[in-house]
Design a protein around this ligand. Structure first.
Ligand code: SF4
Length: 217
């Protein structure tokens, strides 16, 4: 089914634990976004980047995926270096940064306690990710950041993570989509050197090569 827009209610209450956490955060930080974080970028893009969930003081604060915390520094620097973004990333939603042929979303759209959504929350919000994927008429490449994003996206596309488990750098052709797996650009992964800037640059090279193989219609 092709959806022409992705409608996530701004006060979606499907996940009771996350709603309670949102209310708690709203009381502590009333100026934060504290709501489901909408995707960033055009539905007409050929590239979709899927993260895990908003960071408490990152996307949950600014209302834009990967914006305001360390994970965004690495991701947006790479997008700018590879011509997939224009402007300057300044860590807030009004920095004028533009994505080129790229859209960024999360597997789970509300901030979870300790950055850990439950399997039920992942499945529940997966409904919106499914909608999003099928609302992008030119989508050809999906870059997933982290195991949860990879497995959730693969299942939505009809794949089986047991047959093709998460491996950093793995490329899976799933129907019309090229699915690329990467470690998440989180501060933890960068600090522990599980993911280096050079490793992520190589992933972005794979993304660029995959996009070049599927020219815009
Ligand atoms: S995580 Fe997704 S499904 Fe759950 S309350 Fe937030 S927007 Fe709704």
């Amino acid at each position: 089914m092709l959806f022409h827009q992705v409608h996530v209610p701004p006060v979606c209450s499907l996940c009771s634990r996350l709603c309670a956490f949102r209310d708690q955060n709203r009381a502590q930080n009333p100026l934060y976004h504290n709501a489901p974080v909408p995707a960033f970028g055009d539905l007409s893009a050929r590239l979709l980047i899927v993260g895990l969930a908003p960071g408490l003081s990152g996307a949950n604060a600014t209302g834009r995926p990967f914006t305001g915390d360390d994970a965004g520094q690495v991701l947006y620097a790479a997008l700018l270096a590879h011509g997939l973004a224009l402007g300057d990333y300044r860590g807030h939603a009004h920095d004028g940064l533009r994505l080129m042929d790229t859209r960024i979303t999360n597997t789970v759209r509300c901030v979870p306690p300790n950055n850990r959504p439950t399997p039920l929350e992942i499945r529940t919000c997966g409904f919106f990710l499914d909608q999003e994927i099928h609302a992008m008429p030119h989508l050809s490449v999906i870059l997933t950041l982290g195991k949860v994003a990879y497995e959730t996206t693969l299942k939505i596309l009809g794949g089986n993570p047991r047959q093709t488990p998460f491996v950093h750098g793995r490329v899976v052709q799933q129907g019309p989509y090229t699915l690329i797996a990467s470690y998440h650009t989180s501060r933890y992964n960068i600090n522990t050197k599980r993911l280096t800037v050079e490793m992520f640059d190589a992933i972005m090279g794979t993304v660029s090569t995959s996009l070049a193989a599927t020219p815009r219609p």
